[in-house]
Design a protein around this ligand. Structure first.
Ligand SMILES: Cc1cc2nc3c(=O)[nH]c(=O)nc-3n(C[C@H](O)[C@H](O)[C@H](O)COP(=O)(O)O)c2cc1C
Length: 366
């Protein structure tokens, strides 16, 4: 069984302990996958015929976001939605300059615009002008415009498992590249094994630095959910089952994490995940500022939705951009010397895993 930094798969010698824990904890109310699937399924239900703006928000929040903190707040009026960063949900160790917060907002902005169009609205993205970097969407009514990308929103997930390593067709790569085309963002697709190997080595170097950093581990642990009950209750964070791991009691999770999740164990799995991927996508914004980070989010979300529509899976592997000292080497690798690479994703074909949870939209309104 795999062990993964953002997933806490309980692996190796920990399996027996985890299984014993899981059996014990069944008696202690860890919740069931059936309950979890019902809650998560409700957050992903269809849009309906005449959706209101709050229904549109639900689709915005299905966007990927760092550590699943869901760092957003919304204001809704009859002709306008505003989305603001929620700095109470910062992850200062892994994301000291709030880069990931703005990329996450960009992913949500893309979902919001696609869902608004499907629901019979026109939502154009702009800025509120406030200094917190919040985003404004003036809304007017229009003709409902369904799209392949909209249909993919509820099915997209960060699939943190092995893929089948088979090469992509050129037509698939072209569709991915054209879906992701966004002003101010370059996308580099690496599909040659030698290039993927170079990215793998950077991921492993970054993971080693992070997993040996106590502050990083503490922050990560704070956002991990070890069983269905905790994942449902929090509505945020990363649930171990989302990576195919056994659930364990809340009290045992931190102990198992500290004992068995090491740089070495994680590196082994990252290497195999990269080796099983068909390609890697690297997104580079024209400037390193919040507005460009939002654009990067829009681009990578369109990429992920197109991948989902093609039956592909993808997952973020951001260690080489999170560990600042590795950025120059990654930039050189993709021919973007002097720029800050923003996002790294791997993609390929593989089995789906349980979806991640979201907080109820009613709790996100300012
Ligand atoms: C800006 C950003 C950075 C992320 N970095 C990582 C990462 O380095 N490793 C990882 O496993 N997931 C990463 N993720 C994925 C999130 O953990 C994931 O989106 C979140 O847990 C919700 O799950 P979902 O994407 O399946 O809906 C990142 C997501 C975003 C938007």
């Amino acid at each position: 069984m795999a062990v993964h930094r953002r997933e806490v798969l309980i692996g190796g010698g920990a399996v027996a302990l985890a299984m014993a824990g899981a059996t014990l904890a069944g008696l202690h109310g860890m919740g069931s996958m059936a309950e979890y699937d019902a809650v998560v399924g409700a957050s992903r239900r269809a849009l309906g015929k005449h959706p209101g703006l709050r229904d549109i928000l639900r689709f915005a929040t299905l966007a990927p976001n760092g550590h699943n903190t869901q760092p957003w707040r919304f204001r809704v009026a009859s002709d306008r939605i505003e989305m603001a960063p929620d700095f109470m949900r910062r992850t200062p160790v892994v994301d000291p300059d709030d880069h990931h917060i703005f990329v996450s907002l960009g992913c949500a902005a893309e979902n919001l615009c696609l869902a608004a169009a499907a629901g019979g609205y026109v939502a154009d993205m702009g800025w509120t002008g406030r200094t917190d970097g919040s985003i404004a969407f003036p809304i007017r009514s229009g003709t409902p415009r369904d799209s392949t990308l909209f249909q993919a929103i509820a099915h997209r997930q960060s699939t943190r498992g092995p893929y089948d390593a088979k090469p992509m067709q050129v037509s698939e790569l072209n569709l991915l590249a054209s879906a992701a085309r966004t002003t101010g963002v370059d996308l580099v697709l690496i599909t040659q094994r030698e290039g993927i190997d170079q990215v793998r080595d950077l991921v492993v170097a970054g993971n080693t630095a992070q997993m040996n950093d106590r502050a990083f581990r503490r922050e990560l642990l704070h956002w991990l959910r070890f069983n269905a009950r905790d994942a449902i209750h929090a509505g945020d964070g990363m649930f171990s089952a989302g990576s195919g791991a056994a659930a364990v009691p809340s009290w045992a999770g931190p102990f198992l994490f500290e004992q068995f999740i090491t740089a070495q164990s994680e590196n082994k799995h990252y290497a195999s995940y990269l080796d099983s991927s068909s390609g890697v996508a690297i997104f580079v914004g024209a400037h390193a500022d919040p507005r460009h980070w939002v654009q990067v989010g829009r681009a990578c979300q369109r990429f992920a939705l197109q991948a989902t529509a093609l039956g592909l899976k993808c997952a973020f592997i951001n260690q080489p951009v999170e560990v600042a000292s590795l950025r120059p080497e990654l930039a050189s690798l993709v021919g973007a010397k002097g720029y800050r690479p923003d996002i790294v994703m791997r993609f390929g074909r593989g089995p789906a895993l349980p979806f991640s949870a979201r907080r109820a939209t009613a709790t996100l309104l300012a």
